[in-house]
Design a protein around this ligand. Structure first.
Ligand SMILES: Cc1cc2nc3c(=O)[nH]c(=O)nc-3n(C[C@H](O)[C@H](O)[C@H](O)COP(=O)(O)OP(=O)(O)OC[C@H]3O[C@@H](n4cnc5c(N)ncnc54)[C@H](O)[C@@H]3O)c2cc1C
Length: 319
């Protein structure tokens, strides 16, 4: 059986959901989890619940906060003696930064941003969207090991009945080595909400929002249903929203359970970033807007009337 490790990220006391999704998908395999930095008791409990065997917590000088060089040096040191066949991580901002660097340090292959995969004995086979999601490639990795894999958040889903693992915590030490680019300060964004790429529900606004202040109605709906707010490029270019909120080909790729597009036409470059959403709801005054060809539910109407009504109804439903 392949020897597998999953690199975990945390957010506050919680383990990021994509780590649990990967563990859930690997049920039946013996899987180690690797964390750089400590994990809360709640986080350890979640990892065990979803199947983690050994949980290696790596600590050392220079590893208090993320730096691409420090983390990759520490992980290279740890993984070199681990004999792993596959190392998985979420395709989060950090995963996208860290894993290509790590795979090149090992001279090993990588399957990036897969949306599904199977382990057939020792062999990994993944699915990866290409050309803005218009086709799906089957990817396998050959050559030196370990092979690295990143998985798009929200694409696998959490198993309803996870298979528990031992969840044994092992302290390990490693070193950040020489860090040539030091992070001096991390300035948190204004929003405490989940990053778009990890959000389970997204409410997005387009050019039709008309001005920044009008995003307030999307924020209100988002607060009620636990969503993160996104935007089209037209809204970002018009200065209504920051680029961090942009969904699409030149923005973020998202895969939430529910995507509510408000006043967004459905240009191919926008669809490229959200077409893998499980359920798409579109609100648009134009019944011929292309977004309706992709939407599961469409509301032809003025978003400034429809959104507040939906928010009130959600409030009643959700208390
Ligand atoms: C190389 C390249 C990369 C790009 N990358 C991205 C990207 O990453 N993300 C992205 O989004 N775009 C991207 N674009 C731009 C893309 O082509 C579109 O221009 C953009 O998505 C349009 O944004 P929109 O739907 O908000 O605006 P519009 O296309 O102007 O659509 C506005 C919609 O709002 C509707 N509307 C108007 N008033 C109301 C109302 N009161 N209530 C309800 N509906 C209303 C209209 O009917 C219309 O359908 C890219 C383009 C290029 C060339």
């Amino acid at each position: 059986m392949a020897k597998i490790a999953v690199f975990t990220e945390t957010q506050g006391d919680n383990v990021k959901s994509v780590t649990l999704e990967i563990l859930g998908k690997l049920a039946g395999q013996t899987v180690d989890v690797i964390s750089v930095g400590d994990i809360s008791e709640a986080g350890l409990g979640d990892l065990a619940k979803y199947g983690a065997g050994n949980i290696h917590v790596i600590k050392g000088e220079g590893l208090d906060q993320y730096s691409p060089e420090g983390y990759s040096n520490a992980l290279k040191e740890f993984l070199s003696s681990g004999g792993y066949d596959y190392v998985f991580a979420g395709s989060t901002s950090l995963g996208k930064d860290l894993f290509p660097r790590l795979s090149s340090m090992f001279g090993a292959g990588m399957a990036s941003e897969v949306t599904n995969f199977v382990m057939d004995g020792d062999n990994f086979s993944g699915t990866r969207p290409l050309f803005a999601g218009k086709c799906l490639a089957k990817v396998e990795v050959t050559g030196p090991k370990p092979h690295f894999v990143t998985v798009r958040p929200n694409s696998l889903g959490l198993p309803e009945s996870p298979t528990a693992g031992a969840g044994t915590k092992n302290d390990a030490s490693s070193s950040a080595g020489e860090i040539r680019a030091a992070i001096k300060e991390i300035i948190k964004g204004a929003s405490e909400k989940l990053d778009l790429t990890e959000a389970n529900i997204i409410v997005s606004g387009g050019r039709a929002m008309k001005e920044e202040a009008n995003f307030k109605i999307l924020d209100e709906m988002a607060d009620v249903i636990g969503a993160t707010v996104g935007a089209s490029r037209a809204a970002v270019d018009s200065g209504y929203a920051p680029h961090a909120m942009q969904v699409g080909q030149t923005g973020k790729t998202v895969s939430p359970s529910l995507y509510i597009a408000c006043g967004i036409s459905g240009a191919i470059q926008h669809l490229a970033g959200m077409r893998t959403s499980k359920v798409i709801v579109a609100i648009n005054t134009d019944p011929d807007a292309p977004i309706f060809t992709k939407a599961d539910y469409g509301i032809v109407g003025d978003l400034f009337q429809v959104v507040p009504i939906m928010t009130e109804e959600f409030k009643k439903l959700l208390g």
